[in-house]
Write a protein of this length. Sequence first.
Length: 270
Amino acid sequence: MSSFEIQNLFGVNGKVVLITGGGRGIGKMIATGFVRNGAKVYITSRNSKDCETTASELNALGPGSCISIPADLQQVKEVERLVSELASRETALHVLVNNAGTAWAATIDDFPDSGFTKLLTLNVQRVFTLTQKVLPLLRAAAQRSDPARIINIGSVEGLGVPDHDTYAYSASKAALHHLSRHLAGRLGPEGITSNTIACGPFPTKMTAHTLKTEGDSLAARMPLQRLGLPEDVASAAIFLSSAGGAFVTGATITLDGGMLVAMPSILNKL
């Protein structure tokens, strides 16, 4: 019965993890959870200062470790450089968290073509590019009883229609959710799972303006009546990466405090 102990069901101690966009926001929340539970975490983002600062903070927390490899994932050559550096340090990658992303808001009449190009490139295409490039490392970690894991950070805006002008963002997240399912079907036989966490409102730089102006009223109308906490998204990612999540693939976990099921009433009041 020892396999049913909590440390065995939900342990990630010693696993090697790569988190994109790990220098701040949801990526940093997830990185903190893995490091606090003994994983060896690589974080990357375009902002080298954020990466280095976060790595320093998390190494001080322990008991796991955090290594910074800054990279601009919009650029294919930067993706290749990141993977090359990771491969020079590790022979296997247990968990890939595709979190890096960006948003763009503009009215339907003014939304620029460049906005769609930027968001679809980073939020969807580069997820595929990075996943493709690290497949040798994921395959090296894959076991039938303990698969390698791909976790894609999506959004409730890719599941329901938002009441604001983020056309490219919602479209890109819907595409990411489907890409994640496609990867699950293709890579499952190789011992690699692929799942999505569709996040609702969490306090990040991306959501700062919205939450500053509407955060309290939004939370009050959500079923759980609060915004997301760092522990919420970290524990979801750890579950998917642990023995507890070993039989889960192709899933989209909605992590939104009930926002999606209450969205019609919320949107009508905003």
